[in-house]
Ligand binder design. Structure first.
Ligand code: C5J
Length: 220
């Protein structure tokens, strides 16, 4: 068992039973013209996290961790998209509408592709999720259990939405969770800070938080 220096206390890392989960590093959220921009966000705020997630992926691959990539997306017929989620936005900017990167947040469209710099490699898991959390309507829990995974390390975007939701869902299902603070990002720095604080408060009520360097040191 390895030990990662983390908040609120050390994370006991068992590489054979641990997966890295990279949440939603897709063009929809990080490039102009996608869903993130349709929601009114300044997507340029997420650009700095891309090389940091790439560095985390390189470490996980070197250490032979299971690697999981998620994408938030909906079926082309939108049968998995709650009307409430779609109708939040004005026509022209809704999920399924045509945008500069194809139909917004629809599976298989150019905007739904994970950025080249952090793209999945052969053998890595790819999970398409219609919700914010990675367990909703994905079958992922069973797949993780079948693979003997008991620990999850989280990275990706956005910290307070899909990363946090997935981490809370994982915590409720009994997975030991760690988020890498400099490999996750939000359009709102104050929301990121608040989310990380909430996760580690009350003795790590959702999980633990560590830096990429601390994770790297644990493997040395
Ligand atoms: C959002 C996500 N922010 N991946 N999705 O709607 O966090």
């Amino acid at each position: 068992m390895l030990s990662v220096t983390a908040k609120p206390d050390a994370f006991p890392l068992d590489p054979g039973h641990c997966a890295l989960v990279v949440i939603d590093m897709q063009r929809d959220f990080i490039e102009p013209g996608g869903f993130g921009a349709a929601l009114g966000n300044d997507v340029s705020r997420l650009a700095p996290v891309v090389p940091r997630v790439a560095a985390l992926l390189a470490l996980a691959r070197e250490q032979r961790l299971t690697v999981i990539h998620t994408r938030e997306s909906h079926l082309p017929d939108l049968s998995d998209c709650p009307p409430l989620k779609r109708n939040k936005l004005p026509a022209g900017r809704r999920i399924g509408d045509d945008g500069p990167m194809g139909r917004i947040l629809v599976r298989g469209e150019p905007g739904n592709r994970i950025l080249d710099a952090v793209a999945p490699e052969p053998g890595e898991w790819q999970v398409d999720k219609p919700g914010k959390g990675m367990f909703h309507a994905t079958g992922l829990d069973q797949r993780l259990r079948d693979a003997g995974i008991t620990q999850l390390i989280f990275a990706g975007v956005t910290t307070e939405v899909c990363v946090q939701t997935s981490m809370r869902e994982a915590c409720d299902r009994g997975y030991d969770c760690l988020v890498i603070e400099d490999a996750t990002e939000s359009y709102f720095p104050e929301f990121k800070a608040a989310t990380l604080a909430m996760i580690v408060a009350q003795g790590g009520i959702v999980g633990r938080c560590a830096s990429l360097d601390a994770l790297r040191r644990a493997f040395q």
